[in-house]
Design a protein around this ligand. Structure first.
Ligand code: 8X3
Length: 240
């Protein structure tokens, strides 16, 4: 069984599809229950409502999931692109709650089921923002760094237990990521990906499916995946 958070759209939805195609029974979690149910039906999986910022919601989500082979921590995102000098505290709170504490809550709750499976895998979708800092991005880069460190710490703490850990750190992927970051401003979101060839959610899901189908002794620790047109968070074919 594979569990995917943030499975209603983007990388999460594409990953749920890819893991189902690889033969997994997939449990899809997201706040938008109609969307996860529709996708679950399409791929023969199970949709369940999940708000990773809410302890009770996480508890209800994991109830009855006793043996989990794969957990994909995908729920998260960015809000705003502001310099530290004018940082919006609510945006920061949202980013830390979803990316960092959300990953912590779900991972903690499913850890016993992952160990009990005898061959567990935790895939956490961070970002190149978990590795680099960039101007106006501190709310997001700090949250992604923290999420990355949480995940990498577990790699040490679980040594000797039958659980693998893979961090996937994508660069530009065309999903509704920028639409959320810019609060629904479609023009501004589109401009991010115009003039270059970004990754698609399927490109990333393909790699996650590869990771999940390696034999149990093979641990892909960290995978950075960017479009050819992007060399770093701050440099792409448009910026030069
Ligand atoms: C987002 C990475 O390169 O779009 O996680 O800022 S990038």
């Amino acid at each position: 069984m594979a569990v995917v958070t943030g499975a209603s759209s983007g990388i999460g939805a594409a990953t749920a599809r890819a893991l189902a195609a690889a033969g997994y029974q997939v449990v899809l979690g997201a706040r938008r229950i109609d969307r996860v149910n529709a996708l679950a039906e399409e791929i023969g999986g199970l949709g369940r409502q999940l708000d990773v910022t809410d302890e009770a919601s996480v508890e209800a989500f994991v109830a009855g999931l006793d043996r989990v082979h794969v957990l994909v921590n995908n729920a998260g995102g960015a809000k705003g692109l502001d310099p530290v000098a004018t940082a919006d505290l609510d945006d920061w709170r949202w980013m830390w709650e979803t990316n960092v504490l959300g990953t912590l809550r779900v991972t903690k709750a499913l850890l016993p089921a992952l160990v009990d499976s005898g061959d567990g895998l935790i895939v956490t979708i961070t970002s190149i923002a978990a590795i680099e800092a960039y101007d106006n991005g501190a709310g997001y880069t700090s949250a992604k760094h923290a999420q990355g460190v949480l995940h990498r710490t577990l790699r040490y703490e679980l040594l000797g237990k039958p659980v693998r850990l893979t961090e996937i750190a994508p660069g530009m992927v065309e999903t509704d990521f920028s639409l959320v970051r810019f609060e629904g401003d479609q023009e501004r979101a589109d401009a991010v990906y115009q003039g270059l060839d970004p990754l698609s959610a399927d490109d990333v899901a393909d790699v996650i499916s590869f990771v999940a189908t390696r034999p149990p002794h093979v641990n892909l620790d960290q995978i950075v995946i960017k479009p050819r047109d992007q060399a770093s968070a701050r440099r792409n074919v448009k910026t030069g």
